[in-house]
Write a protein that binds this ligand. Structure first.
Ligand code: GAR
Length: 210
């Protein structure tokens, strides 16, 4: 099984979905650690309750972003992760960090990328008059929310939706999508090939977009 470390900043409901999936011994990944830039992130306590090592690496204790990232890398690498999952990790990552985990770091974003990168996606989807919304799991590259897409799920926008209930409905789709996407990466079905996510050659013949 692939060793997975999860990075969070908050309640960690997507992290919990990954932990739940990995409880099945036939799932191709195990969650070996959960780290947060916020020591009071609710998800750290949740992870600890599951017996998973959970650590805060408090960003306020470091002089700058680079120093914090170096500390995070050091703590993460102590768990020898094969794959890093960002799950509501809300701090921008620099090329230093992204490069260290190139091709083996994935993120879940609450929109159908490349639409609506960035923050406040639910508000912006409603403002744009979208009739569908969704979530994306993608490989992390230097450009925020722009890496190769691994998997997506869509939901419909209903009359009377508010940003909050749209977010809650989408969250349920995220909890199904993220374990599915991590499985694809962990079992080697999908890998990053430059700017694309491709179905591995051994399984699909000619590489093609995932
Ligand atoms: C999720 O909706 C996730 O897609 C989003 O934050 C939420 C975290 O919730 N991520 C981003 O906005 C990344 N820019 P969770 O802590 O309960 O998983």
């Amino acid at each position: 099984r692939k060793r997975v470390a999860v990075l969070i900043s908050g309640r960690g409901s997507n992290m919990s979905a990954l932990i739940g999936a990995a409880m099945d011994p036939s799932y191709p990944a195990e969650i070996v650690a959960v780290l947060s830039n916020k020591p009071d992130a609710g998800g750290l306590a949740t992870a600890a309750r599951y017996g998973i090592p959970a650590e805060g690496v408090d960003q306020r204790l470091f002089l700058d972003r680079a120093a914090h990232e170096r500390a995070l890398i050091e703590r993460l690498d102590a768990y020898r992760p094969d794959i890093i999952c960002l799950a509501g990790y809300m701090r921008l990552l620099t090329p230093l960090f992204v490069g260290h985990y190139a091709g083996r770091m994935i993120n879940i974003h609450p929109s159908l990328l490349p639409l609506f990168p960035g923050l406040h996606t639910h508000e912006r989807v409603l403002e744009a008059g979208m009739r569908i919304h969704g979530c994306t799991v993608h490989f992390v590259t230097d450009d925020m929310d722009e890496g190769p897409i691994i998997a997506q799920a869509a939901i419909t926008v209903e009359r009377g939706d508010t940003p909050d209930n749209l977010a809650n409905r989408l969250l349920r789709a995220e909890h199904r999508l993220y374990p599915h996407a991590l499985r694809l990466v962990a079992d080697g079905t999908v890998r990053q090939d430059g700017g694309r996510a491709v179905i591995a050659e051994s399984r699909g013949g000619t590489p093609r977009p995932a």
